[in-house]
Design a protein around this ligand. Sequence first.
Ligand code: AMP
Length: 262
Amino acid sequence: MPALNRLLRAGAASRPPVSAARWWLSSLASSEADARVSERLARRGLPARRDPGSRNVQWVFLGCPGVGKGTYASRLSQLLGVPHIATGDLVREELASSGPLAQPLADIVNQGKLVSDEIIINLLSKRLETGVAKGESGFILDGFPRTIRQAEILEGVTDIDLVVNLKLREDVLLAKCLGRRICSQCGGNFNVASIDIKGENGRPGIFMAPLLPPAQCMTKLVTRSDDTEEVVKERLRIYYEMNCAVSSSNLRKLNDEDEYQT
Ligand code: AMP
């Protein structure tokens, strides 16, 4: 969602008396249902808007499946002392439970489709609430938002300091998803793919060494059920589809914003 970066930058620019981006977003997110969802999210854990200097970082990592959001977000979260919250992990925890959502979620995830905004917001709200109860503050969100509505709801309830949108070419994304391994004991994420693409026609080469597990994890590696070639291709297709929707919607927003300012 590169457009979200521009959208958030536009929202952050000082444009008194009211940010046109926020005006546009709030007009879109003003349905009663969205207001209820935003309220739940805010009540359960997202801090109200505050001076960024007086709180921990609130960052968002976006990008295609397999691009490395989780790897970078988890390393940075350790350095910055903030939780790394991946909505994909929340979905997988729910899948592994014996709750009523487990089977319907498994069907959606194993087809490479997106889970509904309601379910995702609910899982995220609960996760934030648990974190706040444990004294957590700040966050690096990974894989959220993934739809325009999720972005609107997030933008409506708190401030985001930084959005990082990671990109990689599609053949590398596929290889990285197929090479992904998780240790069933410690939960560590690894990757056995060895990427070595020569630069050509002025384009730089890409070299990514495998991220191999330590010896004690080697025999306990498992593959995610949605990391098959067919499902990864469907996840990438949906990602590009949503990305285009956000880009064109953002262009509309920027045009509206220009009109609003004149
Ligand atoms: P991930 O680990 O980020 O690849 O997510 C795994 C799966 O969880 C996705 O393919 C979706 O089915 C679901 N999921 C994770 N995050 C979201 C989200 N923000 N919105 C909708 N579905 C999500």
